[in-house]
Design a protein around this ligand. Structure first.
Ligand code: TYD
Ligand code: MG
Length: 422
């Protein structure tokens, strides 16, 4: 047209020379898959059995591990012990701690009995300085405790802000891959969300581990959520003692040590922790409530599951809890997320409500809203572990087993409960 129909000034067109073509990028040569790896990844066993198991064999040079957990759960303790074990195995570690003074770390090391010159401390919050030290001293492992307290000068925001956390982690990851040192990034999980949490970094790192447990109780689980070098959902178990975290070799024995089958309201549940079955004790207590809205207090499993089980017990087994306070607890501060725990909780609730002990009984299975029982994975492993600990009364849905909750109650000896709508 020679002019722009939308402009009031029709003569406003200005001629512009076409930009010169951008120079062609030199084409990179793709690597044949068969040449991509010369075999197995080389691993450095840390010497801490539970950690190595969760990692799938040990640290991988150039691999970056994120260790998340709530403040006070024991991340710094675990990593100092890890550095100590690694030193015993001949490996060196730089611990960059922007959170605590070298003096504080030194005190903790003394308490843990970790004393090795192969562990060096760096009180530094500039990521580039940490990387420079790692390149200079070539340790096997660099620990950054925590990512929320380090930063990069060019990013204007304060440490802990999303942009800082992301850039600091990105630089560390790049440096670890390029220079071939293993790195552990500590990330605090915070409830208020005021500072950027480890979730932000999960996709960037090779391995994601979470250290969990109730801070007022002894047990801690180290849970592998993602692992580019091994299996996920492997769980390591520790006990926090006066001298740091101690590995728990036979969790089942520990968790059922004080269990007394002659008390109503306790049931053994074989929980799956990764590929390993572990017996835990599920307890329920019901008591007449003075409150208009009776109390529901739950530790170790989702409270919504308990509400659902109470409703199913009322509707399909004739066991009402409307005037009862209800307490449910998983002994040892363990948290269970599997639906498989349903049946154990339901039996514990019924046992307490009817005031009848269940004896040496282990149970697992999912309870549906229609009062039906559903099978859950790893039945044979659960059964084996229950047998190993000498419990022979097992109640679970499956071939020949109960198919409805009411049948499970009956086979657990809670027959008088069978006054429901069945
Ligand atoms: P810490 O490793 O500092 O936690 P995080 O780095 O995850 O914030 O651990 C803090 C808690 O662990 C603290 O409450 C004290 C306890 N603790 C022990 O019980 N025994 C020990 O030997 C050590 C070192 C700590
Ligand atoms: Mg710490």
């Amino acid at each position: 047209m020679g002019f722009c129909p939308r402009c009031p000034n029709a003569a406003g067109l200005v001629e512009v020379a076409a930009a010169a073509r951008t120079p062609a990028i030199a084409a990179p040569t793709p690597l044949p898959l068969s040449k991509a790896s010369d075999g197995d990844v080389s691993r450095i066993a840390t010497g801490m059995g539970e950690v190595d198991r969760v990692l799938g064999g040990g640290l991988v040079p150039g691999g970056v591990i994120l260790v998340g957990g709530e403040p006070g759960v024991g991340k710094s303790t675990l990593l100092l012990q890890l550095a100590g074990a690694l030193a015993d195995a001949g490996g060196s570690t730089i611990i960059a701690t922007a959170e605590e003074s070298a003096h504080q770390v030194g005190l903790r090391a003394r308490r843990l009995g970790v004393a090795a010159d192969a562990i060096t401390l760096l009180a530094e919050h500039d990521v580039d300085a940490i990387i420079a030290a790692a390149v200079e001293h070539r340790p096997d492992l660099v620990v950054v405790d925590s990512i929320q307290t380090v930063g990069v000068a060019e990013v204007g925001s304060a440490p802990g802000a999303v942009a800082q956390v992301r850039e600091a982690a990105a630089r560390l990851i790049r440096a670890a891959k390029h220079h071939g040192f293993a790195a552990v990034i500590v990330g605090h999980v915070t409830k208020d969300g005021g500072i950027a949490g480890p979730k932000l970094l999960e996709h960037m790192v090779d391995v994601v581990l979470y250290l969990e447990g109730e801070t007022d109780r002894g047990f801690r689980t180290l849970h592998g959520l993602k692992n580019r070098f091994g299996a996920t959902h492997v769980v390591g178990l520790f006990e926090m003692a006066g001298t740091g975290l101690a590995e728990v070799a036979d969790p089942s024995a520990v968790f059922v040590a004080d269990w007394q089958g002659s008390i109503p309201g306790t049931v053994i549940f074989p929980a799956m922790q990764g590929r390993r079955a572990m017996l835990v004790e599920v307890q329920a207590l019901t008591a007449p409530s003075p409150l208009a809205q009776p109390r529901r207090s739950v530790r170790g499993i989702e409270v919504a599951r308990v509400h659902q089980l109470l409703a199913v017990l009322a509707r399909h087994a004739g066991l009402g809890f409307g005037d009862q306070d209800v307490y449910v607890n998983v002994v040892g501060g363990i948290r269970l997320a599997e639906p498989a725990v349903d049946l154990a909780v339901a039996l514990a609730l019924a046992s307490s409500r009817l005031d009848r002990p269940l004896g040496a009984l282990a149970a697992w299975g999912e309870v549906g809203l229609a009062g039906e029982l559903r099978q859950v994975p790893h039945g044979s492993r659960r059964s084996e572990e229950v047998g190993r600990m000498g419990l022979d009364h097992q109640v679970y849905p499956g071939a020949g087993g109960p198919r409805r909750l009411i049948e499970a109650l009956q086979s657990a000896g809670l027959k008088a409960a069978a006054t429901g709508h069945e």
